[in-house]
Design a protein around this ligand. Structure first.
Ligand code: NAI
Length: 335
């Protein structure tokens, strides 16, 4: 059976890494058909808007999108196209795995295998109540945390622990200072945790969590937290295991899910064939899990690891002399 997904090739290095990712997916014969849609600068040039209605309709219809990074031009309405997509489809769970891979020159070449589950729609990123006083001396911002938002993200984290056979969920907060917002998140998280007695649960204040992550990342399994903390923690975790070229992310909602690399359009290397395709490929792995093809997701991840182990055709960010497509081809031969 085939399934149609929306494919957004994006800006900068986007088309190069998407070509590479689709090359590998095609080699795997996972039964996917691609509906290619525009977003970002390409869409602005072709259709006069950053997020054309046809692209939104395609995601709504197919419910699954694989997306390359997009450039948000300054002064074009949205604060970020990605934030806008998350809002429009209510993609409330941002799921970012960080895993040690061989030959990445990272600080933790072994021992890290954790997932950050970040609330993706509320907290400090709601874009409301931002103001600067006339004298330019005082800035304000509104944060919003709801019981519903907290409950569904914590439940998502515990359900993920159950389905992925993970043992522990760490609730990360700052309820000692942010008593209303983080306080509500923690209270609800504790209530939800009680419904999953078989999963170990602990709590950490965000600053301590950052220190623990740098010193002993192997103690973490799944981290669940609010939007701003999750944004920072997930990048910290990407840094532990080798940087942006290996960091995937999934944005999950009830009506749609968008899978992407954590990194941006990398204008400094765009068009040179130097971009590492692994982050998008690992996101494609998350997508395969999501659409009920866990064996293929594992096949893909194992082929990536085998290629890294063999140091075969790796891109320059990993110390290799290969290029985007040679790396993808080396992965495809190990599928
Ligand atoms: P960036 O992630 O594009 O680049 C940061 C550094 O990492 C650069 O030196 C780049 O060459 C390197 N890098 C990134 N991806 C790489 C890859 N796959 N292989 C090898 N090296 C890689 O971040 P930057 O420069 O801050 O942002 C550039 C643009 O991307 C901005 O317009 C920003 O708005 C957009 N952006 C889009 C995102 C998305 O669509 N999800 C996420 C983050 C940024």
């Amino acid at each position: 059976m085939t399934q149609t997904i929306t494919v957004i090739r994006g800006d900068g290095i986007g088309p190069e890494i998407m070509d590479a990712a689709l090359y590998v997916l095609d080699a795997m014969r996972v039964g996917l058909q691609y509906e290619e849609m525009d977003a970002g600068m390409v869409a602005l040039e072709k259709h006069g808007e950053l997020l054309p209605a046809a692209t939104m309709d395609s995601i709504r219809k197919n419910r699954v999108a694989l997306k390359s990074p997009l450039t948000t031009p300054i002064g074009e309405g949205f604060s970020s196209i990605n934030v806008e997509l998350r809002k429009r489809f209510d993609l409330y769970a941002n799921v970012r795995p960080a895993k040690s891979f061989p030959n990445t020159k990272s600080r933790f070449p072994t021992g890290v295998d954790l997932i950050t589950v970040r609330e993706n729609t509320e907290g400090a990123y709601i874009g409301e109540g931002q103001s600067l006083s006339e004298d330019g001396e005082t800035a304000l911002l509104t944060q919003k945390v709801t019981r519903r938002g907290s409950e569904r993200i914590v439940r998502y984290a515990f359900d993920l622990a159950r389905s992925a056979g993970r043992k522990k969920v760490t609730i990360v907060h700052k309820a000692n200072i942010l008593k209303s917002t983080s306080g509500l998140f923690l209270k609800v998280a504790r209530e939800v945790a009680q419904k999953y007695p078989e999963i170990e649960c602990n709590e950490l204040i965000v600053d301590n969590c950052c220190m623990q992550l740098v010193m002993k990342p192997e103690q973490f399994d799944i981290i669940v937290t609010t939007n701003l903390f999750g944004d920072i923690i997930s990048d910290l975790c990407a840094g532990l295991v080798g940087g942006l070229g290996l960091a995937p992310g999934a944005n999950i909602g009830t009506e749609a899910a968008i899978f992407e690399a954590v990194h941006g359009t990398a204008p400094d290397i765009a068009g040179k064939g130097l971009a590492n395709p692994c982050a998008l490929l690992l996101a494609a792995g998350q997508m395969l899990d999501h659409i009920g093809q866990p064996q293929n997701a594992t096949r893909l991840r194992e082929a990536i690891v085998a290629t890294l182990e063999a140091k075969d055709s790796l891109t320059p960010d990993l110390g290799g002399t290969g290029n985007t497509m040679s790396f993808a081809k080396a992965i495809a031969t190990r599928i």
